[in-house]
Design a protein around this ligand. Structure first.
Ligand SMILES: *[C@@H]1O[C@H](CO)[C@@H](O)[C@H](O)[C@H]1NC(C)=O
Ligand SMILES: *[C@@H]1O[C@H](CO)[C@@H](O)[C@H](O)[C@H]1NC(C)=O
Ligand SMILES: *[C@@H]1O[C@H](CO)[C@@H](O)[C@H](O)[C@H]1NC(C)=O
Length: 316
C-alpha cells in the first residue's frame, strides 16, 4: 500500500462516521433495493446524510456499530437472526412473487410435471427457499427433483453459464428465481416457455432491518425513522404513480435492466411497507427449513415474534 493511500485510508477511517451518517447495507444489483436511493434523493430529511453501502443484513450482524440499517430478503434476515438476536425486521420494502420457468418440450405442462427434472436455482438464497416451497405444493418432494446452479442474468445477452442460456440449451429443464431473470428465460424459449407462480405458497419478503443497538440510540433512531418515512413516500410513488414519476426508467436504469422487460415484470412486485398477521407463520415455516439446511436448531417462535418490530411503523 502506498503511503498516500495509507494516509487517505486513515483519514477515511477517522472521518467516516461523520461523512457517512446513517449507514445502510444493501446489494445494489436488484430491483428490490431501488426505493432506497430514490428515498434518499427525494425525501430523506435526517440530521445526517444517508449512505448506501454494498452488503446486506450480515453487516448488521457483524458490524452493528457501523451500520444502522440493511435490506435483504427474509431468507438472509432469518439466517442472521439465528445467531444474532439483536437484529430487527422493521419495514417491508417489497414482496415479490417469484416464478419458475420451464421448457414445455421436456413434457412439462403443470407444476407436478417437474418431478424428476433438473431445476436451477441459487443455493442458500430466497430463490432456493422458493423452489423448495413450490414443488411440495404440487406433491413433488424435495428428493424427487435435482437442483443445479448457474448464474443470474439480469440483462440480455445472457452468457452461456447463466440460467436462461442453460434452459435454452436444454441442459436444465426449469429454473426459479427473482425477476427479470425468469422473464429472460421465458424469452429465450419463446412459445416453448411455461411459467408457474403461486403467491400464496411463496413470495419474497424483501425487508429493512436494524438492530436493538441502533434503535435504542435516540439520535440513530431519529434518522432511522426519517429514512423509513422517506421510504414510505417512495413506496407510495411506486404503487400509485410509477409512470407519471418516471419510475420504470429510474429503476431499470439503476439496475441495468431493459425498460420494456422491466415493465413486463412490474406487476410481480408489491410495494407493501407493513405486514399482516400471516408473516410470523411464514417465517416460522421458513426458519424450520433453513435450520435443517444450515444444520442449526430452529429459532423459537417467541423469538421470531421479537424479530418483527413494529415500533418504527407505529411512529411513522
Ligand atoms: C433496547 O431497548 C429495549 C426496550 O427498551 C430493551 O428491551 C433492550 O434490552 C435494549 N437493548 C439494548 C441492546 O440496549
Ligand atoms: C448514539 O449514536 C451516536 C451516533 O452514532 C453516537 O455518537 C453516540 O455515542 C451514541 N450514543 C450512545 C449512548 O451510544
Ligand atoms: C405510508 O404511505 C401511505 C401512502 O402515502 C399511507 O397511506 C400510509 O398510511 C403510510 N404508512 C404509515 C404506516 O404511515
Amino acid at each position: 500500500m502506498a503511503l498516500s493511500s495509507q494516509i487517505s485510508f486513515v483519514l477515511f477511517a477517522l472521518l467516516s462516521p461523520l461523512i457517512l451518517g446513517l449507514r445502510i447495507a444493501t446489494s445494489q444489483q436488484w430491483i428490490e433495493h431501488t426505493p432506497q436511493p430514490y428515498a434518499i434523493r427525494n425525501f430523506y430529511k435526517g440530521s445526517t446524510a444517508a449512505t448506501l453501502t454494498s452488503g446486506g443484513v450480515a453487516n448488521l450482524a457483524f458490524d452493528p456499530k457501523n451500520f444502522d440499517l440493511a435490506a435483504n430478503a427474509e431468507t438472509q434476515g432469518l439466517k442472521q437472526y439465528a445467531n444474532h438476536r439483536n437484529i430487527r425486521l422493521i419495514y417491508i420494502i417489497c414482496e415479490v412473487a417469484y416464478r419458475i420457468v420451464a421448457d414445455k418440450r421436456k413434457g412439462i405442462s403443470k407444476l407436478s410435471d417437474l418431478k424428476g427434472k433438473k431445476i436451477d436455482t441459487l443455493q442458500s438464497s430466497s430463490a432456493s427457499v422458493f423452489v423448495h416451497n413450490m414443488l411440495p405444493s404440487a406433491g413433488v418432494a424435495d428428493n424427487e427433483y435435482t437442483t443445479a446452479s448457474g448464474n443470474v442474468c439480469m440483462t440480455e445477452p445472457c452468457g452461456s453459464d447463466t440460467f436462461p442460456a442453460q434452459l435454452k440449451a436444454g441442459s436444465i429443464d426449469a429454473f426459479g428465481i427473482w425477476e427479470p431473470a425468469v422473464e429472460l428465460g421465458a424469452r429465450e424459449l419463446g412459445v416453448n416457455a411455461i411459467t408457474f407462480q403461486t403467491r400464496t405458497v411463496h413470495r419474497e419478503v424483501y425487508a429493512l432491518y436494524s438492530t436493538t443497538d441502533a434503535l435504542n440510540n435516540t439520535s440513530r433512531r431519529k434518522d432511522i425513522l426519517e429514512f423509513v418515512r422517506a421510504l414510505n413516500k417512495t413506496l407510495d410513488v411506486l404503487a400509485n404513480q410509477p409512470k407519471e414519476k418516471g419510475m420504470y426508467d429510474y429503476v431499470s436504469g439503476l439496475v441495468g435492466v431493459d425498460e420494456k422487460i422491466f415493465e413486463s415484470v412490474w406487476a410481480d412486485h408489491a410495494w407493501t411497507g407493513q405486514w399482516g398477521a400471516d408473516l410470523i407463520e411464514f417465517l416460522v415455516e421458513e426458519d424450520k427449513y433453513l435450520a435443517k439446511m444450515d444444520k442449526r436448531s430452529v429459532v423459537p417462535s417467541t423469538d421470531l415474534e421479537k424479530f418483527l418490530d413494529t415500533s418504527i411503523l407505529d411512529e411513522l
